[in-house]
Design a protein around this ligand. Structure first.
Ligand SMILES: C[S@@+](CC[C@H](N)C(=O)[O-])C[C@H]1O[C@@H](n2cnc3c(N)ncnc32)[C@H](O)[C@@H]1O
Length: 308
């Protein structure tokens, strides 16, 4: 039987929704429509309000050790505030940004009773609403998988910008190298999705390390479900325990290079460049101090003064 002989289609209206186009306006329309049909099911596929609440508590709890009563928190793609609601008592201010105006509207109504929670309608590709060095902790769960990879990279760069120094970014994406997540990937290979594309992207751990470190992050935790904890440090890189993993090799030229080797090479290159800049600066200073150059400068300044 040919693949195209299967005339299967998803059973529910939510499942049948697809993107009209690849631009971010189409992504917004997709999520607005999802929220109108059923926000709860479109977010966490939860059957009832109670499990929506308990899953929110479970997802918020790992944030507790990373927050203090004075902390400021941001969630990217906050939906109707399933997680925000439970993070609010852990810190001073809680912000959520989402591409869908409808999600934001429903979230504001749902969490009206929590004055420290602020919802924002964002443009879907950056964090222009927020100043540099604003947040202690940024979180993004069940969201990056729905954005184009190029947008995920923009959001990583913007998260780095808006985090305070030493601030933490926690996020998660599905791992295509895990069999159960490959089954989810296979679901979206059905011909139905050719004409009704569902916004869904899968990653390998190595891809995520590449994107996060290129955005400037120090990756300190990364598990098999690609739950990542990354920190804003001056130097990008990975914690030693991650660098040793042999599933994280990346292709450089036509050779697979492990992370430890890659970052050692990069640090060596940086040291070399820093040394070269230092030598050039010293050379320039020697030239500036040379008697001929100093005399020329004095003459030029003198001439400027006597010119009308
Ligand atoms: C599956 S829901 C998860 C909501 C929330 N993170 C949670 O766990 O309860 C995905 C959310 O991401 C939002 N979203 C999708 N693409 C986005 C983008 N490019 N920028 C911001 N939000 C986006 C959707 O509107 C939706 O609210």
């Amino acid at each position: 039987m040919k693949l195209s002989d299967a005339h299967w289609e998803p059973e529910t209206a939510l499942g049948r929704l697809g993107l009209e186009g690849q631009d971010l306006a189409s992504h917004q329309a997709f999520w607005d429509r999802s929220a109108e049909i059923d926000a709860i099911r479109s977010i966490a596929d939860q059957d009832d309000e109670e499990s929506f609440e308990s899953s929110g508590i479970a997802d918020a709890e790992p944030m507790r050790p990373l927050l203090s009563p004075d902390s400021v928190f941001l969630e990217i793609g906050c939906g109707i505030g399933r997680v925000l609601q439970h993070v609010a008592p852990m810190c001073r201010e809680v912000h959520g940004v989402d591409i869908s105006a409808e999600m934001v509207k429903q979230g504001e109504e749902r969490l009206r009773h929590l004055p420290s929670v602020h919802f924002w309608h964002g443009n879907g590709y950056d964090l222009e609403l927020f100043e540099d060095d604003s947040f202690d902790l940024v979180y993004c769960g069940l969201v990056f998988q729905h954005m184009p990879k190029t947008t995920v990279y923009n959001q990583l760069v913007e998260t780095y910008r808006t985090l305070k120094p030493e601030g933490v970014f926690r996020f998660q994406v599905p791992n295509i190298l895990r069999n159960e997540q490959f089954d989810a990937f296979r679901y979206f290979t059905q011909p139905y999705f050719v004409h009704h594309p569902y916004p869904m992207h899968f990653y390998s751990p190595a891809e995520i390390v590449q994107l996060a470190t290129k955005a400037g992050f120090w990756v300190e935790e990364l598990d098999g479900d690609i739950l990542v904890q990354a920190r804003k440090r001056e130097q990008a890189g990975v914690a030693p325990a991650i660098a040793e993993r042999d599933d994280l090799s990346l292709l450089e030229g036509d050779t697979l290079i492990g992370l430890r080797e890659r970052f050692n090479q990069r640090n060596e290159r940086n040291r070399h460049l820093e040394q070269r800049v230092l030598e050039l600066e010293e050379g320039l200073e020697r030239i500036r101090r040379h008697p001929v150059v100093r005399t020329g400068r004095l003459l030029r300044n003198g001439l400027r003064r006597v010119r009308p």
